[in-house]
Design a protein around this ligand. Structure first.
Ligand SMILES: Cc1cc2nc3c(=O)[nH]c(=O)nc-3n(C[C@H](O)[C@H](O)[C@H](O)COP(=O)(O)OP(=O)(O)OC[C@H]3O[C@@H](n4cnc5c(N)ncnc54)[C@H](O)[C@@H]3O)c2cc1C
Length: 415
């Protein structure tokens, strides 16, 4: 028996919201995404992302362009601070960028055409509706559904009555706050990030990095560097970029943290400093520190980055994902902001979106869905912490095998 068509609003049009939108739209529902930012398509910063197995499964099933979207590698390595390889192993990694995924998902959700990929044929099926500049401000239960309150692109207060609201509004979720006002994001450490064209990296450093994901653990610090597609998602080797993330454990109360998070106009930011707003002196200090702490090849890549940016890494897991008898659901980072070291944020969204379809189509209950999503979030968080715990080691050569906790509910590779 076919399921009734549901009218669904998704709050948040980043990767998590789009993943849920595509799955629900493909199942025959009517989906509208409200995205707070006026021009969300400009936000990617070209940041690298690795796609773990369930995200790959989602793309294989729902990306109707069927075009490649990642640079694939089959090996990773650990190097020490002298650029000497200390361990390597076989592991498949599919590396892409926020932009590539965002535009691919938009092409599949609402047919946005921007030149990153083709747009699939929508004949015989409905496009999703994506509205930039619309902020969801509240939700109320009305009979069998919910009334979603939002501020539209012209600043007018509006509402829409739907069957389901999915809150994919990120780790500081406003909708989660309505139901769980006591929840807070806990600061963990900082991550510097950036990208550099491969052609700008010296042959010597390229030989050390070997064009494969490369990790380096230094006390209270870790770097991961890996190749990603170039501008406009180009997979041509001559356009390739190198993505790096440099995690540093520093105290949120330290003068250094305050200095880093204060932009050149003197404004103190909580989670990240907008691109182009970083104080030049702060960037210079970080690049100098890179030269002192990181392996020579990693330091060169960091130092050659034109606009590195900073992100505070926070920890937060919701104790619930269902509210108002399952008429409001949390999704993506609104459920849990996972440690990026685990590389599972997008995977988690893809996995829970595919399982939600099972729940809506009667193959599992919503309560079972919630239980599984929360267990996965806890496991993925534990895996990130296990990986981070190796940072405290004095010598990189002390690195031991680590991996997900026993019974981890994903197909993720052990690293
Ligand atoms: C340093 C770093 C590295 C990472 N690396 C990886 C990786 O390698 N692999 C991986 O799988 N994941 C990685 N992640 C995680 C990944 O980026 C996220 O899990 C993923 O983007 C899903 O996020 P989201 O869409 O749920 O939330 P977000 O990306 O935070 O999006 C939330 C969206 O909601 C919008 N919004 C907020 N409030 C409202 C509102 N009231 N109304 C309407 N819209 C609203 C926001 O503007 C935003 O666009 C990494 C994260 C970090 C920080």
């Amino acid at each position: 028996m076919s399921q009734p068509t549901l009218n669904i609003v998704i709050a948040g049009g980043s990767l998590g919201g789009l993943i849920f939108g595509i799955g629900l739209q493909a199942a025959g529902n009517i989906v509208t995404i409200f995205e707070r930012r006026p021009n969300s398509a400009m936000l990617g910063l070209g940041a690298g992302l690795s796609c773990a197995p369930e995200m790959q499964e989602f793309m294989a099933k729902y990306d109707l362009t069927k075009e490649p979207y990642s640079l694939d590698t089959n090996e990773y390595q650990f190097i020490n601070s002298k650029d000497e390889m200390i361990r390597h192993a076989n592991m498949e990694q599919r590396s892409t960028t926020w932009d590539v995924l965002y535009y691919r998902l938009r092409a599949n959700f609402d047919g946005l055409r921007v030149g990153y990929c083709s747009v699939p044929d929508f004949s015989g099926r409905r496009k999703g509706v994506y509205r930039d500049g619309c902020t969801v401000t509240g939700v109320k239960e009305i009979g069998e559904g919910v009334r979603v309150e939002y501020r539209d692109e012209n600043g007018s207060e509006k509402s829409m009555d739907v069957d389901l609201l999915i809150a994919a509004d990120g780790p500081s979720s406003r909708i989660r706050d309505i139901f769980l006002p006591e929840m807070e994001r806990r600061f963990i450490h900082i991550a510097w990030r950036g990208t550099v064209p491969l052609k700008d990296i010296s042959a010597e450093s390229q030989a050390k990095q070997r064009n494969i994901p490369t990790l380096c653990l230094i006390e209270n610090s870790a770097t991961i560097l890996y190749p990603i597609p170039g501008a406009n998602g180009s997979l041509d080797p001559k356009d390739q970029l190198y993505n790096w993330v440099w995690y540093r454990v520093i105290s949120q109360d330290s003068p250094e943290y305050k200095e880093i998070m204060t932009d050149k106009d003197g404004k103190l930011h909580r989670v990240s400093v907008p691109l182009g707003k970083m104080q030049p002196l702060v960037v210079l200090k970080q690049k100098t520190l890179a030269g002192q702490l990181l392996s020579p090849s990693s330091a060169e890549i960091v130092q050659k980055t034109k606009d590195p940016y900073i992100q505070a890494i926070t920890d937060c897991i919701s104790p619930k994902t269902l509210f108002l008898d399952g008429k409001v659901l949390l999704a993506g980072d609104a459920v849990a902001s996972l440690r990026p070291m685990a590389g599972l944020g997008v995977n988690s969204a893809a996995r829970s979106a595919m399982m939600l379809l099972d729940a809506l189509e009667g193959r599992m209950t919503l309560a079972e869905w919630e239980k599984d999503i929360l267990a996965y979030a806890r496991d993925a968080r534990a895996m990130g912490i296990t990986r981070e715990s190796t940072w405290k080691m004095k010598k990189a050569s002390d690195v031991k095998e680590e991996g997900p906790p026993a019974g981890f509910r994903t197909k993720v590779n052990k690293i």
